[in-house]
Structures are given as structure tokens and as C-alpha cells.
Ligand binder design. Structure first.
Ligand SMILES: Nc1nc2c(ncn2[C@@H]2O[C@H](COP(=O)(O)OP(=O)(O)OP(=O)(O)O)[C@@H](O)[C@H]2O)c(=O)[nH]1
Ligand SMILES: [Mg+2]
Length: 253
């Protein structure tokens, strides 16, 4: 069994990607399940096999403790961490070869509080990976792109798991714009040029220094463009995932 956490900023396309990629895997005869780890999710584009909402009820927490939505979500995340043994048992009983875990819209809940990395490390002893989503329209601006690079580096730093980076919703960009952002991710000089040309003043200075700081960490963030609407890029993405999880083999024989 392999566990894959889908992480990204609010609205970056985590849930739809989880739905579309799991369907795609099923068509390739792979044995896949889905875990919804977002206790605040209202409607999901898939039917989860394991659901955080069976363990905690965010609305009830708001009523019972007089909390606002964010306070209740924080409490829900901590309560989920307390349930990790039961959740793990449910996941193990699925006996799937690959398990996609959709994470909360408010990514700081999962990435930057103690409960997320705890849940990630305690959720079975199986090999794990993270998929970090860069929202494509948002990433078109070099300042936003570098900010997102920083967030993904912070996520890596929190979980220390193999991490893949995808450019989500690439059907919303032209081929040229998609190629341009992918080039930034592969080639620091291209990103530096974009920062020089598109930004000025403090934004230029900060972006350049942030970018350099990330490259000094030696982290690589090659982006794989994908679309959960058209399934574009799923073949490439899956090849990269197989490489880091299964040493290049398929998950299911
Ligand atoms: N065009 C296009 N839209 C997409 C794609 N993926 C997601 N969306 C849209 O983007 C919006 C957010 O998608 P979600 O999958 O809910 O994103 P999320 O990251 O799970 O959002 P939260 O859990 O609320 O943070 C929805 O309106 C989706 O229909 C895509 O590949 N292409
Ligand atoms: Mg979602």
C-alpha cells in the first residue's frame, strides 16, 4: 500500500484532482481508495472510502463550544489526531494498493499545526508521498509563483516525505503560459529573468532573494502540468509518482 497526500492552498484543486486521478487509476486497473481528511468539506466530487467527517462534526463543535468556523476546524484537526488509530485501522482494512488522501482547504491546518504531520506519520506504516498543487492562474505572476514555492518548501520541511509538484488546472492557461511556468520550475535563470522583467522595487528584490534562498536549500520543484477537467498530464504525473513510490513499477499487478 502507498499513501499519497494531496496538499495545496485553498481552492487549488485538491478535491477535484483526487476525484479525477482516482478515476483515471481505476481505468488503468489500479486498486485505489480515497480518504477525505477535510472535516470541513461540504460537498466532495468523489465518494470517500474513509471520511474524517465520520469522526468529527465541525458544525457541532461550533455550537457546543461557541467557536467560529476556523476555531472549530482547528479543534476538529486536533480531535482527528486523537482518532488516528481508528482511522488507520479503517485505511489498512481497505487493502488498496494506493490511497489518495485529500486534505483540508485551509492548508495551514494540515501543514502548519502539530496535528497534520502527526496524522501523516501515524496513518499506517506504509510508504508515503506528498503531492503539492500550484494553482496555475495564480502562478502566472512571478511574485505569486515564488510565494507558492516558499509554501511548498515549508510543507516539505514539515513532513520530510518525497514530494511531487503539480501545476493544477492547466486547461485554464495557454500552452505558452504553461510552458513558461514549467520552465521557471526547471530553470532558475528563466525565473530570475521573469522576476527582473515583470516585477519592480521591493517586490522584485524580495522575490529574487526568496527564490535564491529556496535554491540554496537544494530543493527541486519541477512542475508537472495537469488538469483534473481534461486529465491532461496524468500519464506524466503517474510515471513520476510510480518512480518515487514503487521504484518505477505499477502499484497493482
Ligand atoms: N478548469 C479547471 N478547474 C478546476 C480544476 N480543478 C479544480 N477546478 C475548479 O477549482 C475549484 C476548486 O476546486 P477543488 O477541487 O474544490 O479545490 P480544493 O483545493 O479541494 O478546494 P478546498 O478544499 O476548498 O480548498 C472548483 O470550482 C473546481 O471545479 C481543473 O483542472 N481545471
Ligand atoms: Mg477540497
Amino acid at each position: 500500500m502507498f499513501i499519497v497526500f494531496i496538499i495545496g492552498t485553498a481552492g487549488s484543486g485538491k478535491s477535484l484532482f483526487t476525484a479525477a486521478f482516482s478515476e483515471w487509476l481505476k481505468m488503468s486497473k489500479q486498486d485505489v481508495s480515497i480518504v477525505n481528511m477535510d472535516p470541513g468539506a461540504l460537498a466532495l466530487p468523489y465518494a470517500p472510502d474513509v471520511d474524517a467527517r465520520d469522526y468529527v462534526n465541525v458544525e457541532a463543535l461550533m455550537d457546543e463550544y461557541g467557536l467560529g468556523p476556523n476555531g472549530a476546524l482547528i479543534m476538529a484537526a486536533d480531535l482527528l489526531a486523537d482518532e488516528i488509530e481508528n482511522i488507520s485501522r479503517e485505511v489498512e482494512n481497505l487493502k488498496s494498493d494506493i490511497v489518495l488522501v485529500d486534505t483540508p482547504g485551509q492548508m495551514e491546518l494540515f501543514a502548519f499545526r502539530a496535528s497534520g504531520p502527526y496524522i501523516a506519520s501515524e496513518l499506517t506504516r506504509e510508504p508515503k508521498a506528498i503531492v503539492y498543487l500550484f494553482d496555475s492562474v495564480f502562478s502566472l505572476n512571478p511574485l505569486n509563483y515564488v510565494s507558492n514555492l516558499f509554501l511548498s518548501a515549508a510543507v516539505y520541511n514539515r513532513f520530510l516525505l518525497p514530494q511531487l509538484h503539480v501545476l493544477s488546472k492547466c486547461d485554464l492557461l495557454t500552452k505558452e503560459d504553461t510552458d513558461k511556468i514549467v520552465d521557471w520550475s526547471a530553470n532558475p535563470k528563466a525565473l530570475e529573468d521573469a522576476i527582473e522583467h515583470k516585477l519592480e522595487g521591493t517586490k522584485r528584490l524580495l522575490s529574487r532573494n526568496m527564490m535564491k534562498a529556496i535554491y540554496q536549500l537544494g530543493l527541486k520543484f519541477l512542475l508537472i502540468p495537469i488538469s483534473a477537467k481534461t486529465n491532461e498530464g496524468f500519464v506524466n504525473f503517474n510515471t513520476a509518482l510510480e518512480r518515487i513510490l514503487a521504484g518505477g513499477d505499477k502499484y497493482t499487478y
